[in-house]
Write a protein that binds this ligand. Structure first.
Ligand SMILES: N[C@@H](CCC[C@H](N)C(=O)O)C(=O)O
Length: 371
């Protein structure tokens, strides 16, 4: 079985990668090893090859770590192959929030189902990711459409770290270098990422939605139409919450009646997170951000994501956090938000009411699978 799968996969690689694999007798090693390292005479000095044997799908990945470019083989030549039954993907991460990116530009139907996404996202039995993202044809005149499945198979409207990865993925697919900007249709409307010269991606995330019924939350609005610093009882503890949608719902808290200023490292996120996510005041469930204020322009945040649990970062969550901090009078409009996976720069601009997010997005590895 392993050899058959490997043979199919081998055809998906560029000739130089195939030569390298063949030269170390890769295919016979696949049936007995779960992990091995291969020297590559191509664009990478050492290519760790990891194979997963799984009854429901077969997968091989090639790591993109330690890249030393030495010839003309480009990642897009790998992605260009289109064998029937074989799905190529690239795994990306934005501050440790990781995604399986699928080239879906030839169809408006996602190439994998939510159920398959759950299996692929599994960190023990699959590739491991917080979600699967599809790069699709544009809608209403946009360059592209982005759809995403969370690791639980649900489909959110938007993903901030994901859209930075999406922009880098498009640049790779289209073989673009340097500064580039795209218009992307998402469930949260038009999103415009711009790849900067340094490789980071700055994203116009649009306007935050504050109207309680649109977030959505059943909590009563107390500041115009918005829910700001409102009391929410979660498992006997009264938390102060501000509700913000960045296309997807967020509940932001800086503390509760017992501990007014949170020490976010002390939180038991696994216990408290799901109680917020499934609270009956959030009809579409919610993402929750627990925030500590360092200064007027520096916040620290941990997140419990709807449909994905505790992740290392959440872009829409960082945006919602700064909006909530401004509404509660805790910080200015331009902040650095520290997440477990690293910092994001966020600005809620007064001039256009848009939120701008800047941060990294990197390839982790390339892979192929037969579903
Ligand atoms: N990690 C993402 C958010 C992904 C969607 C979220 N889990 C939801 O269901 O709304 C981000 O970086 O924004």
């Amino acid at each position: 079985m392993a050899v058959a799968a490997s043979a199919a996969i081998s055809n998906s690689f560029t000739p130089s990668i195939r030569r390298a694999l063949t030269s170390v007798n890769f295919f016979s090693s696949l049936s007995s090893l779960s992990s091995t390292t291969i020297s590559f005479p191509t664009r990478q000095s050492h290519y760790p090859i990891i194979s997963f044997q799984n009854p429901s799908f077969r997968l091989m990945v090639t790591s993109a770590l330690n890249i030393e470019t030495s010839d003309k083989v480009s990642p897009s030549s790998f992605l260009d192959h289109r064998e029937i039954g074989i799905l190529h993907f690239v795994k990306y991460q934005g501050l440790g929030n990781d995604f399986i990116l699928v080239d879906n530009r030839d169809s408006t139907e996602p190439k994998i189902t939510p159920e398959q996404a759950v299996r692929l996202c599994d960190r023990n039995f699959g590739i491991g990711a917080d979600g699967v993202i599809f790069a699709m044809p544009g809608t209403n005149g946009t360059d592209y459409t982005m759809r995403i499945f969370n690791s639980d198979g649900s489909e959110p409207e938007m993903c901030g770290n994901g859209v930075r990865c999406f922009a880098r993925f498009i640049a790779e697919l289209e073989n673009l270098q340097g500064k580039h900007s795209f218009t992307i249709h998402t469930g949260a409307g038009l999103i415009i990422p711009e790849i900067q010269e340094d490789g980071k991606v700055r994203v116009d995330m649009g306007e935050p939605i504050l109207k309680a019924s649109d977030v959505p939350t059943k909590l009563t609005a107390n500041k115009d139409d918005a829910v700001v610093h409102s009391e929410l009882n979660v498992d006997g503890v009264t938390w102060h919450v501000t509700c913000v949608s960045m296309g997807n719902p967020h509940c932001v808290t800086f503390g509760n009646k017992e501990s007014k200023d949170l020490q976010v490292d002390e939180l038991n996120l696994l216990e408290i997170g799901p109680k917020f996510e499934h609270h009956d005041v959030f009809p579409a469930r919610t993402n929750t951000e627990f925030v500590q204020v360092y200064s007027d322009s520096h916040l620290k945040m941990r997140v419990w994501e709807r449909g994905a649990g505790a992740t290392l970062a959440c872009g829409t969550g960082a945006c919602a956090t700064v909006v909530a901090a401004v509404l509660e009078g805790r910080a200015g409009r331009k902040c650095r938000v520290d997440l477990p996976g690293g910092p994001l720069e966020i600005e809620w601009r007064e001039e256009d009411n848009h939120v701008y997010m800047t941060g990294p997005a990197e390839v982790v590895f390339y892979g192929s699978l037969s579903l």
